[in-house]
Design a protein around this ligand. Structure first.
Ligand code: CP
Length: 321
């Protein structure tokens, strides 16, 4: 693997190698000295054309924990505002001899373009491109799901896939790269995916996706899935009215306190996941976000370990430690 552009192209063995490596990287985060020398002398460029908190900070933390040098680039305040192109921006950063470029861009396919045009000679890691993919988010979500199952069963995480697990993904599928990356990775690893969304927030062509679509959240939750993943309503990408009101969205598609109570009454072991940032009171209530079922902060911690694993494997080509 030279680049990490999408989960659709990841094989089961590649995904499990990343997840197993991430488990070991997580142990580094528990030590008093949270550092490995693996990428000493290597340079990682974080190229962010869209806002980010979790992904940008965790890629930076991951690179630093592996002793790499890090250059952070944010389009805001850069010469992009003067009209500099993606090609010229990337080549300017390559002139600083980057070994890896982490890119988030509003245009679907921008990371593929960097990886395949020959503009740069570095490993490219997709940190989210338009509505297309967010592969490291899906990898950290799957790492969290493996831990969730291991905690319940007393089983192992190492070497395991998600065979037999059921994940319900709810909300703004139309604009969500998280939904797409999770669908591909979860199904590659043997999990079953159910999407729940208002019809207006589903893209065309979902009949070709390896996922079931339902419109009733209570019906999907009554199946006691292993996890329910709430997607952020992406107001910044909405240039039309996709639902009548926020109150109505929360009532029909939100994880309300009433739905949380129903899970508790049913004795379900369903984990509550959200990639962040959360719109509290819209797709997820504070009661659900802060409940013992919530894995939101565990997902953030796992994000550092997954990104360490991806950088390590891409830059050293070594999955044996
Ligand atoms: N989940 C996620 O991508 O969060 P950020 O936009 O804060 O990076």
């Amino acid at each position: 693997m030279k680049h990490l552009l999408s989960t659709q192209e990841l094989t089961r063995d590649e995904a499990i190698a990343i997840l197993d490596t991430a488990d070991r990287m997580a142990e580094v985060g528990q030590q008093s000295v949270k550092k490995l020398p693996a990428l000493r002398g290597r340079t990682v460029v974080n190229l962010f054309f869209e806002d980010s908190t979790r992904t940008r900070i965790s890629f930076e933390t991951a690179a630093k924990r592996l002793s790499a040098d890090v250059i952070n680039f944010s389009a805001k305040g850069s010469s992009v505002s003067k009209g500099e192109s993606l090609k010229d921006t990337a080549q300017t950063l390559m002139a600083m001899n980057a070994d890896a470029v982490v890119i988030r861009h509003g245009t679907s396919g921008a990371p593929q373009r960097l990886a395949t045009t020959g503009w740069i000679d570095a490993a490219v890691l997709n940190a989210g491109d338009g509505k297309h993919e967010h592969p490291t988010q899906a990898l950290l979500d799957v790492m969290t799901l493996r831990q969730h199952r291991a905690n319940l069963t007393g089983g192992e995480t190492q070497g395991t896939d998600l065979e037999g697990m059921h994940v319900v993904i709810v909300g703004d599928i139309l604009h969500s790269r998280v939904a797409r990356s999770n669908m591909w990775l979860l199904t590659t690893l043997g999990a079953r995916v159910t999407f729940v969304a208002p019809p207006t927030l589903l893209p065309v062509g979902t009949q070709h996706w390896p996922a079931r679509i339902v419109f009733d959240l209570d019906e999907a939750l009554a199946e006691n899935p292993d996890a329910v993943m709430l997607l952020r309503v992406q107001r910044e990408r909405m240039h039309a009215a996709f639902f009548p009101s926020e109150a109505e969205y929360a009532r029909w598609w939100g994880l309300t306190p009433e739905r949380l109570d129903a899970l508790d009454r049913a004795g379900a072991t369903t984990a509550i996941m959200h990639p962040g940032p959360m719109n509290r009171g819209l797709e997820i209530s504070s009661e659900a976000a802060d409940s013992p079922r919530s894995t939101v902060l565990r997902q953030v911690s796992n994000g550092v370990a997954v990104r360490m694993a991806c950088l390590y494997l891409l830059l050293t080509g070594d999955d044996a430690q």
